[in-house]
Write a protein that binds this ligand. Structure first.
Ligand SMILES: [Cu+2]
Length: 153
């Protein structure tokens, strides 16, 4: 038992395993020069009910949570103040749905680059917890909405 505890303290992955929320498959859409905003996507898994309330990254001056939806044949995006997470119910931040927007990028994000993103969660009783997610930059192409869509709000 003692050995197990020690191993848990030494391994960073195990420290994160103690968190109420874990993130997997985190990625960021690559940017072109002069582009100031981009989307971050991942899968979130909560052990108990909580909500994502804040995002920070050293590569951006601000970050927002957005929700995309298809209304009257038009893709619309609106800012949300939080993303609710239910225990044991994975939530996907994915193109076409919820996503994180990094705004005021301080540098271009190139494919293969790793960017730490800090996610702050608030559970009942205002108890806060933050985790740091390693997001990898992936190419612009794919099933994702065009970056231009983000200049429209
Ligand atoms: Cu957005």
């Amino acid at each position: 038992m003692k050995q197990l505890l020690l191993a848990a303290l030494l391994a960073p992955a195990c420290v994160l395993a103690n968190a109420q929320v874990s993130a997997s498959d985190a990625w960021i859409r690559a940017t072109v020069i002069q582009q100031k905003a981009t989307g971050v996507f991942m899968q979130l898994n909560a052990k108990s009910d909580t909500r994502l309330v804040e995002i920070r990254s050293s590569v951006a001056s601000a970050a927002e949570m957005h929700q995309m939806s298809f209304e009257n044949n038009v893709m619309r995006m609106r800012q949300v103040s939080a993303i609710e997470l239910r225990a044991a119910t994975p939530v996907a931040l994915a193109p076409g749905g919820y996503h994180i927007m990094l705004l005021g990028l301080t540098q271009p994000l190139v494919v293969g680059q790793h960017v730490p993103i800090t996610l702050v969660f608030e559970a009942r009783g205002k108890r806060r917890e933050s985790i740091v997610v390693d997001a990898v930059v992936r190419p612009l192409t794919g099933s994702a909405p065009a970056p231009a869509a983000h200049t429209q709000h």
